[in-house]
Design a protein around this ligand. Structure first.
Ligand code: SAM
Length: 260
């Protein structure tokens, strides 16, 4: 990779530590009849390890300049797709009935949330995602109610997944060295999805509840039947001045099912 010119605009910070790469691979129990999707394989540092599962592996990379490194990893189970992941229809690439589908990636940080949303919106049944993200983002995704990082994205992800921070990764393990530290997170599909009448309305309610930081629910939910919201809050010993960041996903679900 001596002559490779990293593109900051594509989030190109390549992971250089073999122990961390191996640790990411060992975080997931993939079997041969599963599918692994990798987004942003870069020069293939993680891809090499993902191939050890001997499962089907489909890697989406936007930058064709890595072809000389990445094409060497192609074989009958490993496909490299040179496309912008945000532009592809993922379903078009899933041609078999896989036992389980995993997403494992060191993500380009500038599009972390759009990538995750795109995967969720694709409707593909993902068993687990193990992702390297910016540490601050990992903290936001895994925050508990009451924590300053807790927000609508936390609730959104917790609706689908058990979200956990697996381990921290210092910036010094990347080339070029970014100006943030990282963390590897796991998002594991919930066995029993939440029982909600209308998920789209639920997500709108959550977004509205967090709309203005430091404002109470009463302020942010002016367009809703607040009497019903308050009734749920009171059942949880919460008062009229409660803010969205104090509510667990279970309470949000209860509110949604009460008002819709
Ligand atoms: N997996 C490699 C590693 O761990 O060293 C590289 C990770 S690097 C943080 C992110 C990679 O995502 C880069 O190779 C970059 O070119 C690629 N990338 C950026 N935007 C992308 C997009 N929209 N679709 C697919 N790949 C993208």
């Amino acid at each position: 990779m001596e002559k490779f010119r990293y593109k900051k605009s594509l989030g190109q910070n390549f992971l250089k530590d073999e122990n961390i790469l191996k640790r990411i691979k060992d975080s997931v129990l993939v079997k041969e009849n599963d599918l692994v999707i990798e987004i942003g394989p870069g020069s293939g540092a993680l891809t090499k390890y993902l191939k050890e599962y001997k499962a089907d592996l489909k890697c989406f990379e936007i930058d064709e300049r890595v072809k000389p490194y990445l094409d060497k990893l192609k074989d009958d189970k490993t496909e490299i797709i040179y496309q912008d992941f945000l532009q592809v229809n993922i379903k078009d690439y899933i041609d078999k009935d896989y036992a389980n589908i995993y997403v494992i990636a060191n993500l380009p940080y500038y599009i972390t949330t759009p990538i995750i949303k795109r995967i969720i919106d694709s409707g593909i049944k993902i068993k687990q995602m193990v992702l390297m993200v910016q540490e601050e983002v990992a903290d936001r995704f895994t925050a508990l109610p009451g924590n300053k990082s807790y927000g609508s994205i936390t609730v959104y992800l917790n609706y689908y997944f058990k979200v956990q921070k697996l381990f921290r990764v210092s910036r010094s393990f990347f080339e070029p060295v970014p100006n943030v530290d990282s963390a590897v997170i796991s998002l594991e599909a919930l066995d029993t999805p939440y029982d909600i009448k209308d998920p789209a309305k639920f997500f709108k309610l959550v977004n509205d509840a967090f709309r203005l930081k430091r404002k109470t629910l009463k302020n942010n939910l002016k367009d809703y039947d607040f009497e019903k919201v308050l009734a749920v809050l009171m059942e949880h010993n919460l008062g009229v001045n409660t803010r969205a960041e104090e509510l667990s996903i279970d309470i949000f679900i209860e509110i949604a099912n009460r008002i819709f």
